[in-house]
Ligand binder design. Structure first.
Ligand SMILES: [Zn+2]
Length: 329
């Protein structure tokens, strides 16, 4: 009931106390032209996206049909230069203009200033502070935990925000028990590294994400092969990765039930234009499917996504402003 009282506007009327959000974050996916010569989303096998959207996931403005809403979201946030991951993900997670705060688009790993923002204002932190159940569904390997402990590797924004909020990072034991999904969806990478883990399909990964989502207000999953493939840093082709995303979404929609709102979005463009391996200034998709999708109708930039998620969950949904960040805590 507290959640209902604290929410604002008409979404409070829709909130039934059991609404939950599965947010599938795809790194480096923008909305490009419907041109098979340059855009894997116009070319690769994406039967589920085409069915849900009545066509490919390309720049076609706002699309709404059969319970699905696609809204383009600006990722440049008025800051010159190409949008980058650390500031883009901080903007997405916190609902604040991280590149404006940082004075530039920050690549890869969050700076100290961005980490302070993530600690206080991320969806993970705000929902945990409100007593809500939150999951980061990704599984992490023992090598990852060791590299973090030895400071050979820094945490990227999503992982950093989750652990800073006390959201447990899931292990390979969780993965074995079906309570997590590896970043490549299928465990192929872990099997190459010699781990005895089942080879699961992207569809099964999607079904698993929905099952994790049933126990949590927010379930977040980070997929970054899209960005890696676009940068040419994985053996997988962009078309293969786009097809995996589509197959994962098929699994999500198979398992999907009425209380879950599925959101698929990104931090900046990249894979939708294979004429270059660099990020793009294209808007990114905000695809919302399920009962809370109306909250995403007013999304114009990636800073609008966190407030929309909070609104679906019946929590305070205001944007984080510079005054809130710099004023007395
Ligand atoms: Zn990124």
């Amino acid at each position: 009931m507290r959640a209902i009282r604290r929410s604002r506007g008409r979404f409070a009327l829709l909130y039934n106390g059991s609404m939950s959000v599965l947010l599938i974050f795809l790194d480096g996916v923008g909305l490009g032209p419907d041109d098979p010569a340059t855009n894997p989303f116009a070319r690769a096998a994406t039967p589920t996206l085409r069915r849900v959207l009545g066509g490919p996931l390309v720049a076609r403005g706002t699309i709404e049909q059969d319970g699905a809403l696609l809204v383009p979201a600006d990722a440049t946030l008025g800051v010159p230069g190409l949008p980058q991951s650390a500031t883009g993900q901080t903007a997405l997670l916190c609902g604040l203009n991280a590149p404006a705060f940082a004075g530039r688009h920050v690549t890869a790993y969050p700076t100290k200033a961005l980490r302070r923002l993530l600690e206080r204002w991320s969806l993970f932190a705000r929902l945990r502070a409100a007593g809500r159940r939150v999951a980061l569904a990704n599984a992490y390997s023992p090598e990852y935990f060791a590299a973090i402990a030895d400071r050979r590797l820094k945490m990227a924004a999503v992982t950093y925000a989750a652990q800073a909020a006390g959201v447990p990072l899931r292990s390979l034991d969780d993965l074995r028990a079906g309570r997590a999904v590896f970043h490549d969806l299928t465990n192929a990478r872990l099997r190459q590294w010699g781990y005895d883990l089942p080879d699961i399909t992207p569809g099964e990964a999607g079904r698993r994400l929905v099952r994790i989502g049933a126990d949590h207000a927010l379930t977040f999953f980070e997929f970054f092969l899209t960005d890696l493939a676009a940068h040419g840093r994985t053996a997988l082709t962009a078309d293969a990765v786009v097809a995996m995303v589509d197959a994962c979404l098929a699994g999500v929609l198979e398992e999907f039930d009425g209380a879950l709102t599925v959101v698929v979005t990104s931090d900046h463009g990249n894979i939708e234009d294979d004429r270059s391996t660099a990020h793009t200034v294209n808007p990114v998709p905000t695809l919302a499917i399920g009962p809370g999708r109306d909250a995403f109708r007013s999304v114009r930039a990636i800073t609008d996504i966190a407030p929309a998620v909070l609104s679906v969950l019946g929590e305070t949904a205001e944007h984080v402003t510079r005054d809130m960040v710099e004023g007395p805590a």
